[in-house]
Design a protein around this ligand. Structure first.
Ligand SMILES: [Zn+2]
Length: 82
């Protein structure tokens, strides 16, 4: 979808999944084992809970920065491999 209105370029958030940084970024439920797919954040731990009958959706559209409490939209997430 490309509109005609100009938007400021979105800031990508580089996320490292190793070392202490690994614990900084979590799914909205607080899990660290999420994956970024082409159209959402997918959390296997939420998926497990969902399979156990809990009212949890494994598909998310943002991750949480536990350091600041901010949400980062999945499209701004850039997973950086060391
Ligand atoms: Zn989760």
């Amino acid at each position: 979808m490309s509109g005609t209105t100009k938007q400021a370029p979105r800031e990508r958030v580089e996320i490292r999944r190793t070392g202490p940084e690994k614990y900084r970024w979590t799914c909205p439920e607080g899990h660290i084992a999420w994956d970024r797919t082409n159209n959402h954040i997918w959390c296997p731990t939420c998926r497990q809970q969902h399979e156990h009958g809990e009212d949890v959706d494994p598909e998310h559209y943002h991750v949480i920065d536990q350091k600041t409490g901010e949400r980062v939209a999945w499209e701004d997430v850039e997973v950086v491999n060391p």
